[in-house]
Design a protein around this ligand. Structure first.
Ligand code: PHE
Length: 362
């Protein structure tokens, strides 16, 4: 039987070396290794062997099988390589021909979200004025979101109406809703980008100029002008003897760059615990020029930029001496700005992911 296996091997290898196509290989594989192949026929005769002879024949048959499989695979790749070489040598084949053109205008071409477009533009404007672009965590410590910003425990901004508190292993008093009683958790979804002010002070020290665009969250009843998730861009400048004049100049420059024309502004007093004095900066309505329209609710002005001089307590919280340094801060409502810029009437479109909406910005 061992002789028989030897004879099969010789014949198989000889035929294999003459195989000229993948079909030939398949036929050989079936003829020798298949269910009704020659090897199987031999193995079926093993019953007639003595107990002593059987193991040696079994082992030899297995080895033969492995060798033939290896030889088949080798021959297959040689045939495939030869076929490819023939194809490349064909004078009709030109590998330098361009592929099919990308189909512009179809969804597959991709596009940037209007928020991304505006944020990129703002980052360009501010980095050209020497500002550093900063980032901060969306899940924020209460310390940075409130305490360090001079927002005391009892301030209404902490009210669970506005703040998403985060359930946290260390928060003992978490309720089934996931909300916790005031002070029980030290983590919140940041309600504004202002916590980045203090993080930047700690990180860079004075003097500094930063902007920090990003997502913020508030527990809002959602409608056409309110979302639980929206965007702001924080700005902070700390230097020697910073005054309201610096603040107004920076805001006017910012608006001129964004809207590509001079924008008339006015300041009204505004209360934010982390600035003193604090302002609401309004821009002359960009749609009606001040005569009154639906966008400005017939007032002629659009509320755009809360801002002010940094409160000494906040500088202290950031490790900066308020006797030596002063600063201004602003909180640009990015969602509002993008909506003004593109005439978007419903804030829910901004995070809704509707492709019919998104495909318009390419
Ligand atoms: N963080 C404030 C808000 O979200 C806005 C603000 C930023 C006001 C910076 C003053 C200075 O309402």
């Amino acid at each position: 039987m061992l002789d028989q296996l030897k004879e099969i091997e010789g014949r198989a290898l000889e035929q294999l070396s003459r195989a000229a196509s993948l079909e030939d290989l398949l036929a050989l594989e079936q003829g020798f290794l298949g269910k009704k192949g020659e090897l199987q026929l031999v193995l079926r005769g093993m019953g007639a062997l003595s107990k002593e002879e059987r193991p040696a024949v079994g082992a030899a048959a297995n080895e033969l099988k492995l060798r033939l499989e290896g030889a088949l695979a080798e021959r297959r790749s040689a045939l495939q390589a030869a076929a490819l070489a023939r194809e490349l040598a064909d004078p009709g084949f030109d590998p330098t021909l361009p592929g099919p053109a990308p189909r512009m205008g179809l969804p597959s071409a991709g596009a940037l979200h209007p928020m991304t477009l505006v944020v990129r533009e703002l980052e360009d404007i501010f980095s050209s004025m020497g500002y550093t672009i900063c980032d901060g965590p969306e899940v924020e410590l209460e310390h940075y979101n409130f305490n360090a910003l001079n927002i005391p425990q009892h301030h209404p901004a902490r009210d669970t109406q506005d703040t998403f508190f985060v359930r946290h292993p260390r928060a003992g008093k978490a309720q089934p809703s996931g909300r916790v009683a005031d002070g029980a958790s030290d983590l919140v979804l940041r309600t504004h980008t202002s916590p980045v002010q203090v993080r930047a002070m700690e990180r860079f020290g004075p003097p500094l100029r930063i902007v920090a665009p990003g997502r913020v969250f508030r527990c809002e009843q959602v409608d056409a002008s309110h979302e639980h998730t929206f965007y702001q861009m924080e700005g902070l400048v700390v230097d020697r003897e910073i005054s309201v004049a610096h603040l107004i100049h920076a805001m006017k420059t910012l608006l001129r760059e964004i809207f590509r024309r001079d924008v008339e502004v006015r300041l009204r007093p505004g209360y934010f615990p982390f600035v003193e004095p604090g302002f609401e900066l309004d821009a002359r309505c960009l749609f009606c020029g001040g005569s009154g329209c639906a966008v400005c609710k017939h007032s002629g002005w659009i509320e755009l930029l809360p801002c002010g001089l940094v409160h000494p307590q906040v500088l202290r919280a950031g490790g900066i001496d308020p006797e030596q340094w002063s600063g201004f801060a602003f909180g640009l409502g990015l969602s509002r700005l993008v909506m003004l810029r593109y005439g978007i009437r419903d804030i829910r479109l901004m995070t809704g992911g509707d492709l019919r909406f998104l495909q318009q910005f390419r």
